[in-house]
Design a protein around this ligand. Structure first.
Ligand SMILES: [Zn+2]
Ligand SMILES: [Zn+2]
Length: 237
């Protein structure tokens, strides 16, 4: 006999896949979504949820009319964050194919970082380890993500500068890093071994000193100063 429970269970098991979760790895309905969020058991990609804090979203001037953080300062802050996370991922878990950060404002996408590793094993290792760690005073929430093709996940209108939905768009608005940093991080591919041994050396030097840089006071710094601060901060993550 088919009772109500059986029917509900039948519909539950036969739910349609949520296309947002499938493409973007996040859906605004979260666990309450009526469609199925098919969480992967293997993936090259991991998502670190709500981990990047854009200083422009939090720092408003006293009059509340203009943002207290300039675009240049915001970009510097972002590049530092990106470089720190990217480098940490490669040094601790394995080669990163690409990393992307959402500039969206909706709760399910704000500050999400997606790291696509070359090997699935590295992604699995990263998720297990990162869920026991903290970043900027908050526990990290990491999970395997179904996203492997970021072109599918991205908002095309945003890329053309035409998205009318703004920060609350449900497709990814990926925040670009500076061209200089892009060249430096993705260019490492070719000279990997050299750069790896150099960064390991940097790391042990910073441990010897045992001090940490402060996060404030930006503007007008050159690249070398920024690097030395990164050295000091390494290990914070
Ligand atoms: Zn959904
Ligand atoms: Zn959009």
């Amino acid at each position: 006999m088919i009772n109500c429970y059986c029917l509900c269970h039948f519909y539950f098991l036969n739910r349609v896949n949520c296309s947002f979760y499938f493409k973007i790895g996040a859906c605004r309905h979260g666990d309450r979504c009526s469609r199925l969020h098919n969480k992967p058991t293997f993936s090259q990609t991991i998502a670190l949820l709500n981990i990047y804090r854009n200083p422009q979203n939090t720092a408003q001037s006293a009059d509340g009319l203009r943002c207290a953080v300039s675009d240049v300062e915001m970009q510097e802050h972002y590049d530092e964050f990106f470089e720190e996370v990217f480098t940490e991922m490669e040094e601790k878990y394995g080669e990163v194919e690409e990393m992307n950060v959402c500039d969206n404002l909706g709760d399910h996408l704000v500050g999400n970082v997606y790291v696509k590793f070359r090997r699935e094993e590295d992604a699995e290792k990263a998720v297990m380890d990162l869920n026991n760690r903290w970043f900027n005073g908050q526990p990290i929430h990491a999970e395997l993500s179904p996203v492997t093709d970021f072109r599918e996940a991205c908002c095309r209108q945003y890329e053309m500068g035409e998205c009318t939905r703004g920060g609350f768009c449900n497709f990814m608005h990926l925040k670009p890093i500076s061209r200089e940093l892009r060249r430096e991080l993705y260019g490492r591919r070719r000279k990997r071994h050299r750069s790896r041994s150099r960064s390991r050396e940097r790391r042990s030097r910073s441990r010897d000193r045992g001090d940490r840089g402060d996060r404030g006071g930006r503007g007008g710094r050159d690249r070398e100063r920024r690097r030395s601060r990164d050295r000091e901060r390494s290990g914070r993550f």
